[in-house]
Design a protein around this ligand. Sequence first.
Ligand code: AQP
Length: 329
Amino acid sequence: MTKRVFSGVQPTGNIHIGNYLGALTQFVRLQDGNECVYCIVDMHAITLPKAPEELRDNILDVAALYIAVGIDPARSIVFVQSDVPGHAELAWILMCNSYTGELSRMTQFKDKSRGNESAPTGLFAYPVLMAADILLYDSDIVPVGNDQKQHIELTRDIAIRVNNKYGSDTFVVPEGRFLKEGARIMSLDDPAAKMSKSAANSLSRISLLDDASKIKKAIMRAATDSDGEIRFDPENKPGISNLLTIYSVFAGTPLADLEKTYAGQGYGTLKKDLVDVVTDALTPIKQSYEEVRHSEELLRILKDGAERANAISEQTLKRVKERFGLGSR
Ligand code: AQP
């Protein structure tokens, strides 16, 4: 039976190779044999302050990058979250079925609110909006990076809780889909932290739209250790292991083969080759992005995607509201 796939990316800056390797490569592959719904989750992007013009640009950048990496709008639904009002509506219903205790345990909330006496309520409720995004489309599979594991578990908990109360077929209970390799690409300047769009140091990441000189600078300056041995050992050698992972996934070369190829060679040689591997992989993506980013076609894709997403969303909300006894009829 055809499965429904749902996932999204926040328009909080340019998509980086962590987003790409952990999530987007899965989005593309899962189009074969599944019904896919891919969202640009702009309402998540305003949980922290964001300039309106920048947000609007970022939304279209993410949409263009979706198409550029190989998401096919003829097969998959591609749309912007705020164009479908059902997300906010279902989020409220789910908020009434989730608890402050479980939300306080979310590590992403703890990280993003650290150092602030008071955080926006939306930042706290972010995982409930994410649960609504997923449950709204009766999604079976949610391809994401490892950092989203806790949020997927919470989504499942909420779905099961509601099903127990209002009927076992109120929601489809989704499953997260995580890759073995690439599910957590680490920051280039600090391999203890994950690569992130919003980290202050732009050399901590490689964005899909970076030019060759930025890619070179970021990789050549990437933090490593001082023992000089090229070995995959994330615990003791996180910097080199991160570079080997990026190399392995982009080139399609097993880690063990890379270890053999580079045995006895310096970190500089590995880094120089990795610059070429990443630059070659990103060049065609950048070209496709340029072709589509300012086209009328992109706006048409998003309009059509919103219509298709709305049609599914309305059906789910009708069912859920009936179960909850909401509305006048
Ligand atoms: N470093 C990463 N390695 C692998 N996968 C990653 N993802 C994020 N970072 C990595 C996955 O990319 C998808 C989209 O992420 P998102 O836009 O929802 O936001 P995020 O997880 O909060 O990612 P960022 O890049 O760190 O954004 P900011 O800085 O805005 O918080 C998700 O599937 C995510 O798991």
